[in-house]
Design a protein around this ligand. Structure first.
Ligand code: SAM
Length: 358
């Protein structure tokens, strides 16, 4: 029995919405298929290979033809690959190859679908948090969140960090080229720290994060990249990471995840060199909710519901800025912590980069 009184409705608009939702159902189901394609190397095997039959793809990837055929049909229905009916062959177009198969391309996307996977696995925890109001810490999520986040952000950092964001921070690039000390706070798996260490071999770097599992992985990554002599990774909270006199402190996509961003900002203020710069990379957002109601804002609000807001609520203060705080709100926090000069140094469609100085 319906629990609400029937209201007049527009049949065409209902049809339009249901069809939109059917598209969403396909997209949501395809998230799992993207993870499978990524894990088994299906997209990579198709990239640049020209038209392939399901048997050829299965043989190349040592997988079962029947499963692969069904997967291919779903990919073709969603426009991820093309299908040629006369030959029954499937092709991954070059644009899709860049987005799905090329790890080093600036638009490589599969990492995000591992984040989606973590969100689905952890949905029960978040549903419960809605009723209790309690938080769910970053560290409490399924393992696939950590590597997924790293793989999703890495292409963006590779494309912008060294070539655009650091040069936008006044005299910071010159200092890093000479001999500077840098703290990368909330560094996760340390990709941003390692990229900076590779670009500025005369400087030293410390990456910190409160999640010990991430720090273990960051240490391994530094060894693998051959920079472990100049990059240290330490488990520490943003409000008490060790060291001071840093010429650059960087926060990549983590300030809004913290329970007490103002407390963290005060600690940055204390640990920066007098003429040092604080770089805060945050998700792109406008100040007003109505101006974020677009595809990018939608992704961020959803991720914020599942990850960022619960993370912040799990910590002291629990300010819960959310991933769409916007520059105005962020600036107020930095100014309350004693930063007198705050400006937007750079932006991309996905990030704003703020520079704060004492
Ligand atoms: C979205 S991830 C970003 C990780 C990394 N900076 C990157 O860009 O790939 C947010 C990170 O902030 C860390 N974090 C959250 N609260 C923190 C706190 N209070 N102190 C230190 N790290 C924190 C989490 O453990 C997580 O690694």
């Amino acid at each position: 029995m319906s629990t609400f009184a029937p209201q007049p409705f527009n049949e065409a608009r209902l049809h339009e919405f249901v069809m939109k939702a059917v598209g969403e159902m396909g997209a949501a189901m395809n998230a799992a298929l993207i993870v499978i394609g990524d894990k088994l190397g299906l997209y990579k095997a198709m990239a640049g290979a020209g038209p392939m039959s399901s048997a050829e793809l299965a043989a190349k990837t040592r997988t079962d033809e029947r499963y692969v055929r069904e997967w291919l049909a779903a990919q073709a229905a969603g426009g991820f690959i093309t299908y040629d009916a006369p030959t029954r062959k499937y092709t991954l177009p070059p644009e899709q190859a860049l987005a799905l198969a090329e790890e080093n391309s600036p638009v490589f996307l599969p990492g995000f679908f591992h984040i989606v996977s973590a969100c689905m696995k952890d949905e029960g925890k978040i549903t419960e948090a809605f009723t209790t109001g309690k938080g769910v810490g970053w560290h409490e999520h399924d393992q696939c969140l950590f590597a997924g986040t790293e793989r999703f952000f890495r292409p963006n950092y590779r494309a912008h960090l060294i070539s655009e964001w650091i040069p936008a921070l006044g005299n910071t690039e010159a200092k890093l080229k000479a001999d500077a000390s840098v703290a990368d706070v909330g560094c996760g798996l340390g990709t941003s720290t390692i990229l900076m260490a590779q670009a500025y071999p005369k400087s030293t770097f410390v990456g910190t994060d409160y999640h010990d599992g991430s720090i273990q992985m960051a240490r391994e990554a530094a060894k693998k990249a051959g920079v472990a002599d100049r990059v240290k990774f330490e488990v520490a909270k943003a409000k008490d990471y060790p060291g001071n006199g840093f010429q650059l402190v960087a926060f990549f996509d983590c300030l809004h995840d913290m329970g007490d961003p103002e407390g963290a900002a005060r600690h940055v203020h204390e640990t920066l060199a007098p003429d040092g710069a604080w770089m805060i990379v945050e998700p792109f957002a406008n100040d007003n909710l109505e101006d974020n109601l677009n595809p990018v804002g939608r992704v961020y609000y959803a991720a914020s519901t599942m990850l960022c807001t619960p993370a912040s609520k799990s910590q002291e203060v629990g300010l819960a800025l959310g991933a769409q705080a916007g520059e105005g709100r962020l600036k107020k926090i930095l100014q309350s912590a004693g930063f007198t000069r705050v400006r937007r140094a750079a932006e991309t469609p996905f990030n704003i980069v703020l520079e704060a100085r004492a």
